[in-house]
Design a protein around this ligand. Structure first.
Ligand code: ADE
Length: 258
């Protein structure tokens, strides 16, 4: 950690940030700056200088927010937290996915470029930063070991949460049918989770050489029940996961810098 450069922490929706802003308010106070209709909150959380903001939903919103964090706030790295739909066969509601690789599943400039490839970048897949992702996965494992059983009971997910690492796919669609999720599985058999922002952030981070990491809690399985499952998970559970994971991740990030 470079104390003169903050960490950018972002989510799409307020529920997905957990208690991060309240903790920042209590720990250091918050300086807020508004740019492009978004509020960027600067302060210290669990010992780490951070700029925390809401990207809102979709790839354009995420990319614009990531760009502002890089250029107006000179962030050292970006961490995205939130919920996603489960796509991998072993990925269940209440599990956590750390996105080691990210891809935009709705990019298709065929026949000019191969399906999914970002034109002129020569690649479809963008890697998250290895060290940040490993630290995030470690925070997730500790969160699940320490709070998983209580969470499973409290929220009746019926099983202990698991932590998965691998491919997260992003597109400007809320995926909510067995047919749509089946098509994604057929085209991208290694996809673990689908959401609407992560791969846009990963593309910008690749282009600007800024490390990034993405963590997603599974709120639904992207089928016909997705919108009901998403809404109740977001309201009742998402914040508890983000709070538990980010607290452990940020405390370790601060300790590693000492
Ligand atoms: N975020 C959470 N669930 C999702 C889904 N089913 N599709 C896209 N983004 C999501």
């Amino acid at each position: 950690m470079n104390p003169s450069r903050p960490l950018g922490v972002l989510a799409a929706l307020p529920e997905e940030l957990g208690d991060l802003l309240a903790t920042m308010r209590a720990e250091s106070g918050v300086a807020t700056r508004t740019l492009g209709q978004r509020d960027y909150h600067a302060g210290t959380v669990h010992g780490v200088p951070c700029v925390v903001t809401l990207a809102r939903i979709g790839k354009v919103a995420a990319a614009a927010t990531a760009s502002a964090l890089m250029h107006a706030f000179d962030v050292e790295a970006l961490v995205f937290t939130g919920v996603a739909g489960g796509v991998g066969p072993a990925v269940r509601v209440g599990d956590i996915v750390v996105g080691e690789t990210l891809l935009q599943h709705d990019m298709n400039a065929e026949p000019l470029f191969p399906r999914f490839e970002i034109p002129l970048l020569g690649r479809a897949r963008f890697d998250a930063d290895r060290a940040l992702s490993a630290a995030l996965a470690d925070a997730c494992e500790r969160f699940v070991a320490e709070e998983g059983a209580a969470l499973a009971g409290r929220f009746q997910t019926g099983h202990l949460p698991r932590v998965h690492r691998g491919l997260v796919i992003s597109g400007d669609q809320f995926v909510a049918s067995a047919q749509a999720v089946g098509a994604l599985r057929a085209a991208l058999p290694d996809a673990l989770a689908v959401e609407m922002e992560g791969a846009a952030i990963a593309q910008l981070c690749h282009e600007y050489g800024v490390p990034c990491a993405v963590v997603r809690t599974i709120s639904d399985t992207a089928d016909e029940h997705a919108s009901t499952s998403f809404t109740s998970f977001l309201t009742d559970i998402a914040g508890t996961y983000s709070t538990g994971v980010l607290r452990r991740f940020l405390a370790a990030y601060a300790a590693a810098a000492r």
